[in-house]
Design a protein around this ligand. Structure first.
Ligand code: HEC
Ligand code: HEC
Length: 512
């Protein structure tokens, strides 16, 4: 009798197409901790990832924006950060917020792969052994980033807590936000580590998980970041897709196979979406339209002149990191693993449909020109700081101020001059594909979905050491049926319908 491996090899030789271009499958050694961090570290990281205790006002967790039941994102183009309540598209501003998170929450599938040496859409955090920083990482925290962070993923977890709009909150609201507003990041991390140390349950877990922690006083925030990275590495690994089965030699349907041929051939997708993660980890300008408030970059003063707000509206992507003209409006090629689950698509969620995102690539400049801005989650109440001698207070914008404020979401796209700059930077050559070919590519992209990734809400803990409710809140039904982590790895071999997500993820809106 032939072994499954022999059968697989026979099948491969029949399929044949572009076998040379296909990547090798992912292996344990491709991941930090060789894919299996110490369970004590993993469990600690798991608590921290879902615990609002890490946010200044204790009202938002990492998982609020990186929901394991929503493609490790939040299902909206631009997240509502701290001050919001509810989850996913249901999330609303409960307290007034200062603004939107300017970019789409990135999916975290396989983010523990060693191949990730940079983080964020613009790679502003990256390994840099020559850069002269003690941490050997180049980042917005510059020399404040501590030494000894082992990898970019661990270093990344130091940052969301420093973002006023994401997790820290506004000056005057809490001491962490105060430290952040003075750019005293070390103090912000110290305060958060102090919070964890003051909790006997957490303190005990840190002592057990780390060799260099003997007592609560030894806990630093980079320990927390290490545990979070360990959790992300194991929890969000996702290489059980039918594409993985294909790499091991199992066939796909004729349509999917045609899509694969196009992807690795005529359509040219694999020149950027290459390797087992379907990304080259490099930065390319492909003229994705801008929606949202931008990153306060660029030299255009038209919005400020019109609105009276001293805010610049552009997001210039990689250019803001390197200053190289060639990097204008360039963003990191995203991994396409589980791409059918991770919409809206593009660095700012500009495309609500995967097909539109793919079609954008066929003629990026034309697509930019004909683009209609996608809807963004409504911000019910926007506040602004009012400084006086006694401190800072926050006032809701008047309807007139609000009108001028909201214009920033569509300013760049409405400006022919700014739109043309995005178009001029484009490096993606047009490609001619028939409707049938586009549909084959879409069929291929769906083989990148790992059925075990559709709903991982079993990762959400039921209780947290802090006593705060874990975020996102899910129906109880979602918390049962926990698959074994140590289970046999079986590759799904045949085309099956994906299971529907079981949870609607709707949280308790009154929770804060
Ligand atoms: C308010 C929503 C929000 C919260 C809360 C949040 N994130 Fe994110 N996350 C984002 C957004 C948006 C980006 C992309 C930012 C950019 O490119 O500028 C991102 C990017 C990342 C990345 C980079 C992925 C990549 O491919 O480079 C990682 C890792 C990550 N977040 C982990 C975390 C962790 C860990 C926490 C908690 C400590 C957290 N996030 C909290 C929204 C959020
Ligand atoms: C020149 C490099 C390049 C080529 C070639 C390319 N892409 Fe992309 N792709 C990118 C970059 C860069 C982005 C992110 C752009 C942004 O967000 O501004 C992207 C985004 C995407 C996304 C959205 C993913 C997400 O998570 O938001 C999909 C889907 C996609 N590409 C599919 C394809 C397909 C299919 C092809 C072939 C027809 C292709 N790409 C060819 C560079 C490329």
């Amino acid at each position: 009798m032939k072994s499954p491996l022999t059968i697989a090899l026979l099948l491969t030789s029949c399929i044949g197409a572009h076998a040379a271009d296909l990547p090798n499958p992912l292996n344990d050694v491709d991941f930090l901790w060789n894919g299996t961090p110490d369970p004590k570290l993993y469990e600690l990281g798991r608590s921290l990832f879902f615990d609002p205790v890490l946010s200044g006002n204790q009202n938002i967790a990492c998982a609020t924006c990186h929901d394991p039941a929503r493609g490790t994102g939040d299902g909206v183009a631009l997240s509502i950060g701290e001050g919001g309540s509810g989850f996913g598209p249901e999330r609303v501003t409960q307290d007034g917020v200062i603004g939107r998170v300017p970019r789409n929450a990135q999916p975290l599938y396989n983010i523990g792969a060693r191949a990730y040496t940079s983080m964020f859409h613009d790679g502003r955090l990256e390994l840099d052994h020559m850069g002269g920083f003690p941490s050997r990482l180049r980042s917005p925290a510059k020399e404040q980033l501590p030494e000894g962070l082992d990898n970019a993923l661990t270093a990344q977890a130091m940052f969301p807590v420093l973002s006023a709009v994401e997790m820290a909150g506004q000056p005057g609201e809490n001491p962490v936000a105060d430290a952040v507003s003075k750019r005293d990041f070390k103090q912000a991390w110290r305060l958060l580590a102090g919070r964890l140390a003051a909790n006997p349950d957490y303190a005990q877990q840190f002592v057990t998980a780390f060799g260099d922690i003997e007592a609560a006083d030894d806990i630093r925030f980079d320990h927390a970041a290490t545990a979070i990275a360990a959790f992300e590495t194991a929890a969000f690994r996702s290489d059980w897709s039918r594409f993985d089965a294909r790499l091991a030699g199992w066939p796909m349907t004729a349509d999917e196979e045609a899509g694969l041929d196009l992807f690795y051939g005529k359509a040219g997708c694999s020149s950027c979406h290459s390797g087992p993660l379907l990304t080259d980890h490099r930065f390319h300008a492909i003229a994705v339209p801008q929606i949202g408030p931008g990153k306060d970059q660029g030299s255009d003063g038209s919005y400020a002149a019109h609105s009276g707000y001293p805010h610049r509206v552009e997001d210039q992507g990689r250019f803001n990191v390197t200053g190289e003209q060639a990097d204008l409006y360039a963003f990191r090629t995203p991994s396409l693993r589980n791409v059918a689950l991770t919409g809206p698509w593009g660095h700012n969620g500009a495309f609500a449909s995967l097909e539109d995102m793919v079609r954008h690539h066929l003629d990026a400049v034309a697509s930019l020109a004909s683009y209609t801005p996608a809807e963004l989650p409504p911000l019910d109440a926007v506040i602004q700081p009012v400084r006086s001698r006694t401190g800072v207070s926050y006032l809701a914008l008047s309807p007139m101020q609000r009108g001028a404020y909201d214009l920033r979401d569509i300013w760049v796209h409405s400006s022919e001059r700014l739109r043309n700059e995005i178009a001029r930077a484009n490096t993606l050559a047009p490609v001619n594909l028939s409707d049938e070919e586009v549909s084959s590519i879409l069929a291929f992209l769906k083989t990148l979905t790992d059925p075990t990734a559709v709903d991982r809400s079993y990762l959400v803990p039921t209780v947290l050491p802090s006593g705060l409710p874990p975020q996102p809140g899910h129906d109880d039904a979602c918390l049962t049926d926990v698959p074994s982590l140590a289970g046999e790895r079986v590759l799904p071999g045949k085309a099956e319908e994906l299971p529907e997500p079981r949870c609607d993820g709707r949280g308790d809106k009154t929770r804060r």
